[in-house]
Write a protein that binds this ligand. Structure first.
Ligand code: GAL
Length: 688
């Protein structure tokens, strides 16, 4: 057991594999930032209770768990939040058959309410048995008989008994003769912070990345893309990022990464889009079609199975990253493409097309398909990040799979799955493991569903409208077929007004959200996170998976179509204000909140200052935000806004910032630090 940083211990058991997430970590641990956390030089109690054995199946690690413990983490989890009493399989799977722990982005990392976090450094399909089992002999002294059954039901029989009882956590890592564990000390939020800082700190996107994303119709040609882009501008729809979908490539399943004949002048199109404030993001996946320019070079650098007739590059190899990366640099990034959407990098065993490679695939680096399923998203993201780091340009992109150590990688997770409540849960659970998740807006059951989904996505890490199937925006027509036929839906004016109102509210929140990401980068605090992280002793927060904290002062409680126009909200101890009306609420209790289809319950913690910018249609290099500051509560408060170019890696926010203060009377002052460009103009009073 070796202490490697403040509050972090490393434990090497047996002989671990050499190809693990830590072995490919490109962003170094933030040791300096870790020093700012509470000093923890005493090993967490759990360290002395870890045992392991090497079996013919692999390595088994065991450690005790009290049945009263709450367990969170394991990456993006759409089906549940508290994993005590569950088995979690860490296996990338785009459509898990049930609540197995599999997801687009599972991670072998968890935190326990007993005061520690644990990361197992592996790409393997590790199984975490979280108190589901007890070793032989543990029950030998049980003698009670003829007990009265409380109730005859599966839930009574199979649920974890939250009684005072010690169970065993077992971590099974197949095919390995050892494992390296990292133990993080502290309470729930602190262990998440330490893990994120160990991973390299949270990503700080360019400010434009936090604006509105609009992925355009996949059947578009160059002309249609420009038509969509102009229409959005003409109709004053705020959009920063225009996403191109598979049709931009000459062949996309698998990929050539070169422009289709439908895009005769891509450079002209990109510069026209840039001139109207758009950043262009290109869809792709990692499978290389034989007609791709880089196919021959990648042949020896790929696995021994194809996907969609394409090679699966072994991104664990420097040479592979060089071939794939230099092509992307030369042909796309240097031409103005500002980011990518890595699709189908996850895995599905049971789709008819079986579009992924077998677990037994052999890669030239010696990795196998099991490891590559859990690693390909992570490895690709690290490669793309390095391409932009070289150009001193920050990006924000999309990926459909990720895993361990993902905090510094500027990618947001998305999915083809679409259950709205699971999408909301994804925002709560991704924050435990250094991941960002977008509950993207795609098709909608009806216009009311559209409003509920736009309200949710606006209060997420990425305000993503994925219109890849429809030529017109969903507020014109939510029905895909009718949209394809150019039909406008009844009441479209109203739905357009509401959607644009929320998209503009997103633009108003950009400076506030950017500050949350600075805390993510510097202190490892997730910008979107579970309530329990800030209220670890609140038993109701421990199971709250349908509302979440958004930045430093906001609590968001989205409704889904099933909720109709009312939902229960829980406000932890303290005083809260309705963000829109200013109505005051005593915390520590639940409320039934009414919310019409154009409303979403958002609450502000008393003592918060919320800076709101007058919305702009997109973030430009010279954008100066007109800031109105809302004060909530009578106590003195402060908020730090960060300035800079919002674009480069050299624009470190700790040089240029503005501290806003309000005193007991609510009068505001602001003090600017730094020599950088001024990006905020404070408006006297006035509440927008
Ligand atoms: C899916 C992806 C969608 C869209 C589509 C294009 O796999 O999740 O967002 O990009 O491919 O073919």
């Amino acid at each position: 057991m070796e202490q490697i940083a403040n509050g972090i211990w490393k434990l090497v058991l047996g002989e671990p594999e050499d190809k693990t997430p830590v072995s490919f970590q490109t962003v170094p641990m933030k040791k300096e930032s870790l020093k700012n956390l509470p000093l923890r030089n005493v090993e967490p109690f759990i360290c002395s209770k870890i045992d392991f054995q090497i079996t013919q199946r692999g390595t088994a690690v065991t450690l005790p768990m009290e049945t009263e413990e709450d367990i969170y983490g394991f990456g993006l989890q759409l089906k549940s939040m508290n994993h005590a009493g569950r088995k979690r399989k860490i296996r990338v799977n785009s459509d898990p058959p049930g609540d197995t722990g599999e997801s687009h982005a599972p991670a072998p990392f968890y935190i326990s309410s007993s005061g520690y976090g644990l990361f197992a450094d592996t790409f393997r399909y590790a199984d975490f048995y979280m108190g589901t089992n007890s070793a032989k002999g543990a029950s030998a002294n049980k003698t009670e008989v003829n007990q009265k059954h409380e109730e005859f039901s599966e839930s009574a029989l199979y649920s974890l008994k939250r009684i005072k009882e010690t169970r065993t956590i077992r971590i099974d890592i197949p095919h390995v003769k050892g494992i390296t564990l990292y133990i993080f000390a502290g309470d729930l939020l602190e262990t998440v912070q330490r893990y994120n800082l160990f991973s390299g700190g949270g990503c700080l996107p360019p400010l434009w990345g936090l604006g509105v994303w609009y992925r355009a119709y996949g059947g578009s040609d160059q002309e249609k893309i420009l038509e969509i882009a102009n229409e959005l501008r003409n109709e004053n729809i705020p959009v920063d990022v225009l996403g191109l979908e598979p049709g931009w490539q000459s062949h996309s399943y698998s990929c050539t990464y070169s422009w289709s004949s439908l895009f005769p002048n891509p450079d002209v199109m990109i510069s026209q889009l840039k001139n109207t404030g758009y950043k262009v993001n290109c869809w792709e996946h990692a499978f290389v079609y034989p007609a791709a320019e880089i196919y021959e070079e990648l042949l020896p650098l790929s696995g021994d199975y194809e996907v969609w007739n394409g090679l699966v590059p072994d991104f664990s190899m420097e040479q592979t990253r060089k071939v794939f990366g230099s092509y992307h640099e030369r042909e796309l990034i240097e031409k103005g493409i500002m980011g990518f959407k890595l699709d189908e990098c996850d895995n599905s065993d049971y789709n008819p097309s079986n579009w992924s490679f077998p677990d037994g695939t052999c890669f030239p680096s010696g990795m196998d398909g099991e490891q590559m399923h859990n690693g390909i998203g992570f490895l690709y993201q690290a490669m793309i990040l390095e391409l932009f780091q070289k150009r001193n340009l920050r990006t924000l992109s999309q990926t459909r799979s990720s895993g361990a150590l993902s905090a510094p990688l500027p990618f947001v997770l998305y999915s083809d799955l679409y259950n709205h409540k699971e999408f909301i849960r994804g925002m709560v659970t991704s924050g435990f493991s250094g991941m960002l998740w977008s509950p993207e807006v795609r098709s909608c059951e009806n216009p009311r569903d559209l409003l509920r989904r736009v309200e949710t996505v606006v209060f997420s890490a990425q305000a993503l409208l994925n219109c890849w199937r429809i030529p017109s925006p969903p507020w014109k027509q939510v029905d895909v077929e009718k949209n394809l036929n150019g039909e406008k839906m009844e009441g479209s004016e109203f739905y357009t007004e509401v959607c644009v109102r929320y998209l503009n509210l997103r633009m108003s929140l950009l400076p506030y959200l950017y500050s949350a990401f600075v805390l993510y980068q510097r202190e490892g605090i997730p910008p979107v996170r579970a309530v329990v992280l800030d209220y670890p002793l609140d038993s109701r927060a421990a199971v709250l998976d349908d509302q979440y904290l958004f930045g430093e002062g906001l609590m968001v409680c989205p409704l889904t179509l099933e909720d109709e126009t009312s939902r229960k909200v829980y406000l932890p101890e303290g005083k809260w204000y309705d963000f829109f009306s200013g109505e005051i609420f005593e915390g520590g209790m639940e409320y039934q909140r009414k919310a019409d289809y154009d409303q979403i319950p958002v609450f502000v913690k008393a003592g918060s200052l919320i800076p709101l910018a007058e919305p702009v249609e997109c973030v430009k290099a010279d954008t100066v935000f007109k800031i109105h500051v809302r004060t909530y509560g009578t106590s003195a408060a402060s908020f730090t806004l960060y300035e800079g170019d919002f674009l480069t890696f050299t624009d470190e926010p700790d040089r240029n910032y503005v501290i806003i203060r309000s005193d007991e009377n609510g009068s505001l002052s602001w003090k600017r630090n730094g020599k950088g460009s001024i990006r905020y103009e404070f408006q006297e009073g006035g509440i927008i």
